[in-house]
Design a binder for this molecule. Structure first.
Ligand SMILES: NC(=O)c1ccc[n+]([C@@H]2O[C@H](COP(=O)([O-])OP(=O)(O)OC[C@H]3O[C@@H](n4cnc5c(N)ncnc54)[C@H](O)[C@@H]3O)[C@@H](O)[C@H]2O)c1
Ligand SMILES: [Zn+2]
Length: 361
């Protein structure tokens, strides 16, 4: 399979199971110099992905590996402090490079640590989850959480390069893969209809060629990022499904023993926001009858109870974009066409939650 190249803001994204040669030539400058290569991993990316890089690229035998525990809880300033110290103790200088090998937590954290260490050292991303391949590793947003609030401290900062190796998905647990798939579905409905037509011809379970899906999904995310690099308006199209999705995600985090993954909550959010699009922005019923059953067939229904609707709305209110009894949404007018900054009344949101609840599993 061919390697694909997508150009972003001053850096390139290489996609393919054979990008090892490209990684090797990119790192060639470090081969004979004193400048150090650091690799940030978590337990899983160390176990499943690092050995593949080590066996394909000799230079990886000499890198300095930094491991952090798995989980969002470590995406904070305390961990940064430890990483800055570890870089300093190992003589990282402005010519060093940090390789973020892992999911979105690793690229958010590593990108932030690199950008702030000594006013910025270079970093590159090798994403290892579907979510980080098609979303977190591109777009230049890096950061950490503060007091339980996500991504409160951060920068816009671009990697030197991104290398996506789809075969890394082989070891990713199915629920993590499926979670990333929600972002793939989102990308397919916000940009051009033929992506949706292609995607919806197969179910999650039947997908064999992830490379092809990653190629176009990255291209779509990158299109919105390039149009609005600093996220001042147009990039909000990428928020489709996320206003209600985030709120269900937070709700689940506080109420379930096994909380929903981000993408699983976004899948529910997409269904509700397609319903809103139909009611508010003339999203055609015929398209709604295509998209909603597809999402429902690929994601388990979350057991939302009417008694909790008010809580879900309260969580949405805490989102600073929302004022009074109206809420700010990105909606679709049809597959591939969207409107940002749509003010939606709370009653219509409640209706969309009831609609979600009424769907047959
Ligand atoms: N910066 C952005 O634009 C952006 C966009 C979306 C999400 N994010 C952030 O991304 C984070 C979520 O990312 P994520 O879903 O990748 O989570 P994650 O980094 O926690 O990875 C999910 C799980 O998969 C494991 N894993 C990773 N690669 C593996 C592999 N190849 N084989 C086996 N296991 C593997 C990890 O150890 C972890 O347990 C959140 O913190 C979110 O805020 C950032
Ligand atoms: Zn998302």
């Amino acid at each position: 399979m061919e390697q694909s190249i997508i150009n972003s803001n001053g850096y390139s994204i290489f996609i393919g199971n054979d990008v090892y040669d490209t990684i090797r030539s990119f790192l060639y400058q470090y081969e004979f110099s004193e400048h150090k290569i650091f690799v940030l991993v978590d337990e899983n990316s160390r176990k499943y992905c690092l050995p593949r890089l080590m066996s394909n690229i000799q230079l990886f035998q000499k890198v300095h590996i930094i491991e952090v525990p798995v989980g969002e809880e470590i995406k904070n300033i305390d961990t940064c402090q430890r990483l800055w110290q570890e870089l300093a103790d190992n003589n990282a200088d402005r010519n060093s490079i940090l390789i973020n090998l892992g999911g979105g937590i690793i690229s958010d954290l590593g990108g932030f640590v690199a950008t702030s260490f000594k006013r910025g050292i270079r970093y590159l991303n090798i994403p290892t989850t579907l979510l980080s391949m098609v979303d977190a590793s591109i777009g230049g947003k890096v950061g950490v959480d503060m007091s339980g609030l996500k991504n409160q401290i951060g920068f816009f900062s671009n990697p030197q390069v991104v290398f996506i190796i789809p075969e890394f998905l082989d070891t990713l647990p199915e629920h993590q893969l499926r979670s990333g798939f929600a972002e793939v579905i989102k990308h397919s409905v916000i940009y051009e209809k033929h992506y949706w037509d292609d995607l919806s011809s197969q179910n999650f379970k039947d997908i064999k060629n992830w490379k092809e899906i990653i190629d176009w999904s990255v291209e779509i995310k990158n299109y919105f990022v390039m149009e609005d690099p600093l996220d001042t308006g147009f990039r909000k199209v990428l928020n489709f499904g996320h206003t209600i999705g985030h709120s269900i995600e937070t709700f689940s985090l506080h109420h379930d023993d096994e909380p929903l993954l981000h993408g699983e909550a976004v899948a529910a959010g997409l269904i509700c926001e397609i319903y809103l699009s139909n009611k508010f922005s003339k999203f055609p019923k015929s398209e709604m009858d295509e998209v909603i059953p597809y999402i429902a067939a690929n994601f388990k229904q979350y057991p939302l109870r009417s008694g909790n609707f008010d809580l879900i709305i309260d969580i949405m209110k805490h989102d600073k974009k929302n004022t009074g009894d109206t809420f700010n949404f990105t909606l679709l007018t049809s597959i591939g066409n969207s409107l940002i900054n749509q003010e939606i009344d709370v009653n219509l949101i409640l209706e969309s939650l009831r609609f979600y609840q009424s769907l047959e599993a």
